[in-house]
Design a protein around this ligand. Structure first.
Ligand code: NAD
Ligand code: G6P
Ligand code: MN
Length: 465
């Protein structure tokens, strides 16, 4: 079997240790010869790189080479896959994205509403440059990207690299939703079902969950239990495992299903359908940024430092043979250093479906092109696709109803204007984008938020005239 070379871009990401662990767990099905980590911040990446050295030495002796670098040529030459997760501006800018809109009574969120707009303005240039850099050294590499805000980044990529079918933008939220709620269908797991879903990233709906063996759609079972069974949330057991933010969000989905029972919405719809409730629930002095700073970031970096200091994982609870035992099927789902079971699993599953031409179904971002005939054919849908060695092929959805169509068209107009604003340097289009966003709406408020964003983002923002 061919041995692949992978570059982990944004090597200092809090999610990188899980990806490295996952690559160890699948080494037989997806053998690698070289893993490279690349980041612009050497100091941050070194901490995770030193953990990687221990991990691979002890659990991936077959790996020929592991390096971490800030040199693009070294990182991107002769690679088969780049798994990308960068955060332009870092968590420091995320804090502003969340807190400035809240100051004006609007939703303050990483990827939704005005915060997602600001993150988009920073990310577009960074991701486009990165894709160009990777293409300079590896013309055929698959670029699998998690960096947010994925909808906006995907729209920008489509415009600048229209013929590059090897750049795929993905999100772990739909798959996390499946992981959490599918057990309501008589104990099935997400691997037992094949989803059908449509929308934009962080703005969509599951329409079907087909049992892989029988073809029966079990989404109605999940929905009926969410509507009628008071014990359903408790049975799912997400409380206790997650931070407050995620507990609230996963519980809130029950409310959304009650109000809109025709499908199973993405959890991120909470910001667009209940913006007032989401603002009321927020605390400007303790947003998700604060939770991540004190929680995941601290935990992951301390963990990596500790392993680096010890120089071994053997005999600790982190020893992979202790942590996972020999149960292969189970292992695949649970790299959990970041406490996000789906994240590493999903991107590695995607890479494996490409590498092995498995043609499995993934929810990814792709151009509409008639998948939904009654909306813009240019829209970057998040939708079920079969993915193999020739890339992603979207599965037909068919015409959609007025409610979802209206919401999507409005949101897509916002996303397009955001990309226009960044690429043309247009203040006016930035203002229009924010006014169209359901989480902002009011023009006077939009202008205040925009002006503050321009000030705090400095050179991270394109110059808006
Ligand atoms: P993080 O800030 O912990 O890590 C990001 C890393 O990227 C940092 O080490 C930073 O130095 C590096 N970086 C920034 N700009 C870079 C560039 N131009 N080139 C190379 N490296 C660069 O962030 P995180 O919380 O681990 O999240 C990483 C990214 O993944 C974010 O964009 C986040 O929104 C995204 N994410 C997406 C999904 C999804 O569903 N699509 C899920 C989780 C996280
Ligand atoms: C989910 C979403 C990502 C988002 C992340 C934020 O995984 O799909 O797009 O970046 O949540 O999580 P955090 O723990 O950083 O708030
Ligand atoms: Mn996402």
């Amino acid at each position: 079997m061919k041995k692949f070379s992978i570059s982990l871009v944004g090597g200092g990401s809090t999610y990188t240790p899980d990806m490295m662990e996952m690559l160890c767990l699948v080494k037989e099905k997806f053998p690698l010869k070289k893993i490279t980590m690349y980041d612009v911040n050497a100091e941050r990446q070194n901490v995770i790189g030193q953990y990687g050295e221990v991990l691979f030495r002890e659990f991936y002796p077959e790996l020929e080479e592991f390096v971490y670098t800030t040199d693009k040529e070294e990182a991107f030459t002769d690679i088969d896959f780049a798994l990308v997760q960068i955060r332009q501006g870092g968590l420091a800018m995320r804090e502003h994205d969340e807190k400035i809109p809240l100051k004006y009574g609007c939703v303050g969120q990483e990827t939704c509403g005005a915060g997602g707009f600001a993150y988009g303005m920073r990310s577009i240039g960074a991701i486009l440059d990165l894709i160009a850099d990777i293409r300079k050294y590896s013309k055929e590499a698959w670029i699998l990207n998690y960096s947010n805000p994925a909808a906006i980044v995907a729209e920008a990529t489509k415009r600048v690299f229209p013929d590059d079918k090897k750049v795929i933008h993905i999100c772990d939220m739909p798959i996390s939703i499946m992981d959490i709620y599918t057990p309501l269908a008589d104990g099935r797991t997400r691997h037992d079902v094949e989803p059908r879903y449509f929308g934009l990233n962080h703005f969509g709906w599951f329409t079907h969950l087909y049992d892989k063996k029988t073809g029966v759609d079990v989404l109605p079972i999940v929905r009926d239990r969410m509507l009628n069974d008071k014990n359903a949330a408790e049975e799912l057991g997400f409380t206790g495992k997650n931070d407050d933010y995620w507990n609230f969000t996963f519980n809130h989905l029950f409310q959304m299903v009650k109000d809109f029972p025709q499908s199973l919405p993405n959890t991120y719809m909470q910001y667009y359908l209940y913006p007032r409730r989401m603002v009321e629930h927020s605390d400007i002095s303790n947003t998700r940024y604060d939770e991540v700073k004190k929680g995941r970031e601290k935990r992951v970096l301390e963990f990596c430092k500790e392993i680096g200091r010890r120089g071994t994982m053997k005999g600790t609870p982190y020893d992979l043979t202790v942590k996972y035992g020999n149960d292969d099927a189970d292992n695949f789902q649970k790299a959990t250093i970041a406490h996000n079971d789906a994240h590493a699993t999903y991107i590695v599953e995607l890479a494996m479906s490409i590498a092995g031409n498995l043609n499995e179904v993934f929810l990814i971002m792709t151009k509409n092109n008639g998948i939904i005939p009654n909306i813009d054919s240019e829209m970057m849908l998040e939708v079920a696709c079969r993915v193999g060695a020739n890339g992603a092929e979207g599965l037909n959805v068919g015409p959609i109803a007025s409610f979802e169509k209206g919401l999507l068209e409005n949101q897509y107009a916002y996303e397009k204007l955001t990309v226009d604003a960044a690429m043309e340097g247009s203040y006016q289009k930035a203002l229009q984008a924010l006014v169209l966003n359901r989480c902002v709406n009011d023009a006077e408020t939009a202008r205040k938020i925009l002006n503050e964003f321009i000030t705090v983002n400095g050179d991270y923002f394109p110059k808006l005239i």
